[in-house]
Ligand binder design. Structure first.
Ligand code: FNR
Length: 370
């Protein structure tokens, strides 16, 4: 009772279809956001306040939107961000993402709380297919150290430490669900302190250390050579501290609206952060990349972020919805849609490559004016 995949013409379509075919629990966990979900809605809506300034007569026969993310090749300036509990939506869980990413030349960020075992997700990658790892930091640093070092040995190309979740936000849709079966791969990470009567997010998050601070970032640099990226930066002040701490990059993110309600959208923070870093001669900097996630649903959103200074954007929920409804082919269709949208919009914008997607191509005045 799903429409044929060819009827999905944009990323929003997957959400509507997934909602009608997914289990209550999966829908509640994937779609939910904190409190009244204002930040969640704002994430996408904020892109509507940026307008384009396209250039013309620039020979748009060929356009190339391939990108380099942390030194790794990607066919688009997009990566598949970390989302926990992949098997809630589909029996193959995160493997749907690994395989589709391999086919389309994209990078997947493996979540700490993947439903599939970490090694199975690494084994499922094609030869040379880069993968990143998202890390929730356990109170037990020995566990953290051995996980991180194992990931490095397995060839993971970037360690994204989530810094916006000292406590999980209240996702009430999810909290109304009981959560009996978290699966063995997740149970191993979550340990014994599993709370099962307040939804999936609470069930799996009690191991996360609320005591994490900047000193820990220094420690991470002593235990791994992987580039370290801080996921969940939300102000220019912390962006400057991150650049000064010598990490390889930051993700401007509010966790898909699932953490602090009334946190600003990533794209709004991007405009602020780039301005502040420029003033301090910290941007552009080839050794410090800026990514943004939250609410990216169209290639036009992607291009607005690139024009505003991002190296790439992360996309989460649309891929979960795509595979919950259609499995791996759904994710492939979503990636094909993004590819087609990027090609067309690069042409209409007058940009042959991503280097041509420059700040003067966007009018972000309604975002900068506070
Ligand atoms: C997430 N996100 C997330 N982030 C993280 O660092 N660790 C995690 O385990 C998860 N898990 C997770 C589960 C689900 C179901 C969602 C929707 C999100 C946040 C994620 O990486 C990213 O910041 C947002 O999802 C981006 O917003 P969109 O693209 O989903 O709007």
């Amino acid at each position: 009772n799903r429409p044929p995949l060819t009827e999905c013409l944009n990323l929003h379509d997957f959400e509507a279809i997934a909602r009608s075919v997914m289990s209550e629990k999966a829908w509640a966990y994937y779609s939910s956001a904190a409190d009244d979900e204002i930040t969640h809605r704002e994430n996408h809506a904020a892109y509507h306040r940026i307008w384009f300034r396209p250039r013309v007569l620039r020979n748009m026969t060929n356009v190339d939107f391939s990108a380099t993310i942390l030194g790794q090749k990607s066919t688009m300036p997009i990566y598949i961000t970390a989302t926990a509990l992949g098997k809630l939506g589909h029996p193959d869980g995160e493997l749907n993402l690994t395989r589709a990413a391999g086919k389309y030349g994209l990078i997947q960020m493996i979540p700490t709380l993947a439903s599939c075992a970490f090694d199975d997700l690494v084994d499922a990658a094609q030869p040379g297919q880069p993968q990143f790892l998202q890390l929730y930091v356990n109170k037990n640093r020995e566990i953290v150290k051995s996980f991180v070092q194992h990931a490095e040995e397995r060839g993971i190309k970037g360690l994204f430490i989530t810094v916006d979740a000292p406590q999980l936000g209240r996702r009430e849709k999810d909290m109304r669900q009981n959560f009996e079966d978290i699966g063995s791969a997740v149970q191993q990470k979550a340990g014994d302190e599993v709370v099962r009567d307040q939804g999936a997010a609470r069930a799996i998050s009690t191991f996360i250390d609320p005591g994490l601070d900047w000193k820990d970032i220094t420690w991470f640099k002593t235990i791994t050579k992987m580039p370290i990226i801080l996921k969940g930066i939300q102000t220019w002040e912390d962006a400057v501290m991150a650049a000064e701490a010598g990490v390889a990059g930051i993700v401007l993110s509010n966790h898909g609206g699932r953490q602090l309600e009334f946190a600003r959208s990533g794209i709004e923070v991007l405009v602020e952060v780039v301005g502040a870093l420029k003033e301090r001669n910290l941007f552009p900097n080839p050794n410090f990349e800026i990514y943004v996630d939250g609410g990216v649903r169209r290639a036009t959103d992607v291009l607005k972020a690139i024009a505003s200074g991002a190296t790439a954007v992360g996309i989460g929920r649309p891929f979960l919805y795509a595979y919950s409804a259609y499995g791996q082919p759904g994710v492939e269709r979503a990636l094909q849609i993004l590819r087609d949208e990027l090609e067309m919009n690069m042409r209409l914008l007058g940009a042959q490559t991503l280097k041509d997607v420059v700040p003067s191509m966007v009018d972000a005045r309604s975002i900068t004016a506070h």
